[in-house]
Design a protein around this ligand. Structure first.
Ligand SMILES: [Zn+2]
Length: 318
């Protein structure tokens, strides 16, 4: 007889990650398919359906599916409301389309919330009940688990940590607000900051890596240069650590978490930023919650949202 496993799906603007996940959260197999961004979700779930037999093999059956999707997701109605990177998918009944294609119960959630749930259940937050997970990349995503429950708010929009305004007159964010955390420490903000600094300051290693502006700067170049002691790169990361630390201090005061897990591509420089982030949190948050919180790197990497979505499906299907 086939054993139960869960299909975890993470829908991003470029790729869709899929995984067969055991009830324990262990990933059995994973795959990646291109997002048919312009064609809408029906075409996407058709591709996912065709990938399922390879993913699950002869021994496992799909007990339920969980979808983490970038954008504003109404998980109760199973609808994707808006997604900045998937405009053709706006206002679509994701769950209904998924159920029709896959033939199993399906649950949808925002991707960052799904990733936070994955880290909480079987990643950096395992064994804790109060966990905040922040994903640093082009966007800054967040998810909050409080008292063992994913914090959803009145209409599912809770946890948008990247759009917490940390400065009244700060730079304009793509969400329309000013001074959002994302506008300071998102990928584009880091690259812009490095580029500006290189105009006025010496950053020999970083300058060489970008061939004096001929190659486009990337966060990876900034990390590499910082590791080699480049002044500009270190300054960029120090500033990012200060912004993040200040934002985390507020989160510590509001949510009193045991663990804050930092994931996503930018977290490749977490070890360089950690001392400064911790210092900011300890100096700005109230002593008692600041003393107990651990700030750590997320451990599930690219699996966080598929595992989280699969485990949300498992819990919801009970
Ligand atoms: Zn914003």
């Amino acid at each position: 007889m086939k054993k139960n496993a869960y299909l975890g799906i993470d829908i991003g603007g470029t790729n869709i990650k899929i995984a067969a996940v055991e009830p324990s959260g262990r990933v059995l197999t994973r795959g990646i398919i291109e997002t048919p961004a312009g064609k809408g979700p029906t075409a996407a779930f058709d591709r996912i359906r065709r990938a399922v037999p390879t993913l699950f093999g002869d021994q496992w059956r799909v007990a339920a599916a969980g979808v983490g999707c970038a954008g504003l997701v109404d998980s109760r109605k199973g609808r994707l409301l808006t997604s900045p990177n998937l405009p053709a998918w706006n206002q679509t009944p994701l769950r209904r389309i998924a159920v029709k294609a896959l033939g199993v119960q399906t649950y949808v959630e925002n991707d960052a919330n799904a990733a936070a749930y994955g880290e909480y259940k079987c990643g950096a937050g395992e064994g804790y009940e109060n966990v905040i997970c922040i994903t640093l990349g082009t966007g800054v995503g967040g998810g909050i688990v409080s008292g063992g429950k994913l914090l959803k708010g009145a209409s599912d929009f809770a946890g948008e940590i990247g759009h917490m305004s940390i400065s009244v007159e700060g730079p304009l964010c793509k969400c329309g607000n000013r001074g959002c955390l994302e506008a300071y420490i998102g990928k584009n903000a880091l690259v812009r900051s490095a580029r500006e600094k290189l105009k006025f300051k010496k950053g020999k290693v970083l300058g060489n890596l970008s061939e004096r502006g001929k190659r486009e700067l990337t966060p990876r170049m900034i990390f590499q240069a910082a590791r080699q002691g480049d002044r500009v790169a270190k300054e960029v990361l120090n500033e990012a650590a200060d912004y993040l630390g200040s934002a985390l201090a507020s989160l510590v005061n509001i949510f009193n978490p045991e663990i804050i897990a930092i994931g996503g591509g930018i977290s490749g420089a977490f070890d360089l930023m950690k001392p400064r982030i911790e210092k900011k949190v300890r100096s700005r948050a109230f002593d008692a919650p600041a003393a107990m919180v651990r700030i750590t790197k997320a451990v599930l990497g690219n699996d966080a949202s598929t595992v989280g979505a699969a485990l949300i499906a498992k819990e919801s299907a009970k």
